[in-house]
Design a protein around this ligand. Structure first.
Ligand code: SAM
Length: 217
């Protein structure tokens, strides 16, 4: 009996047998769904609308991304959606927030949702930290200060893996920096951009094309 319990706990730690860090995928799904349900309509810290959170989740899951970066955590709504997908792909999210109170709340939210193991939440100024981030990176969600979007793109695009994706929020508005950012996206030689406008905010989705020879058949 003791041996069986030991074996099960080792499997649990190793992520074997469908058990991931103490929770089966089904248990984690239930926990995250319950968390999101309990918080629906209560996200008031410039958080993304649910439709955009779900899109980020689906992009990561569909493309099996594993190395994600978010600029602008706030209290963690978009982070919850992305970390949920990364829990399924075996990945992790680095998310950056400059406001200590929001960072603290986000940490508590990641824990409550059962997703803390899939998030590396940094309290930092993204202007300084983003250029220092090391690859590989395959997914970026830019959602902090809009006038710095072009700088974030310049810093991270070279580190983005072929087939990777750079997304940014609020590109439909006329906020300072957005025009310049959209022009920078257009000028990227190896990219394809679409804008998802369902929430009204505008979510730009830019794929870095796979290098020749790395394209699927
Ligand atoms: C639109 S909110 C992010 C919402 C979050 N992505 C969500 O959906 O839950 C933007 C956040 O970026 C943070 N921010 C602004 N400038 C920043 C900087 N230079 N470095 C890090 N965070 C920054 C703000 O404090 C704010 O919490």
């Amino acid at each position: 009996m003791l041996k069986l319990a030991l074996a099960l706990s080792v499997m649990s730690i190793a992520g074997l047998g469908g058990i991931v860090q103490g929770q089966t995928p089904a248990e984690l799904d239930k926990r995250v769904q319950a968390f999101l349900e309990s918080r629906r309509g209560t996200w008031h810290d410039l958080n993304v609308p649910e439709v955009d959170g779900r899109t980020l989740h689906d992009l990561i899951l569909r493309n099996k991304y594993r190395h994600a970066v978010e600029i602008g955590t706030s209290t963690g709504h978009s982070g919850i959606w992305m970390a949920w997908a990364l829990a399924k792909t075996g990945g992790k999210l680095i998310t950056i927030e400059i406001d200590p109170e929001r960072h603290r709340t986000a940490l508590a939210n990641f824990r409550e949702a059962g997703l803390a193991d899939y998030v590396d939440a940094r309290l930092a100024d993204a202007h300084e930290l983003v250029p220092k981030l090391e690859g590989p990176i395959d997914f970026v969600f830019s959602d902090a200060d809009k006038e710095w979007y072009t700088n974030y793109l310049r810093a991270l695009w070279p580190k983005l893996a072929p087939g990777g994706c750079f997304t940014a929020h609020n590109v439909s508005g006329r906020m300072r920096g957005i025009g310049e950012f959209l022009e920078a996206l257009e000028r990227l030689p190896d990219a394809k951009t679409t804008i998802d406008r369902r929430s009204g905010a505008g979510l730009s989705i830019t794929y870095k094309n796979p290098a020749p020879g790395e394209r699927g058949s």
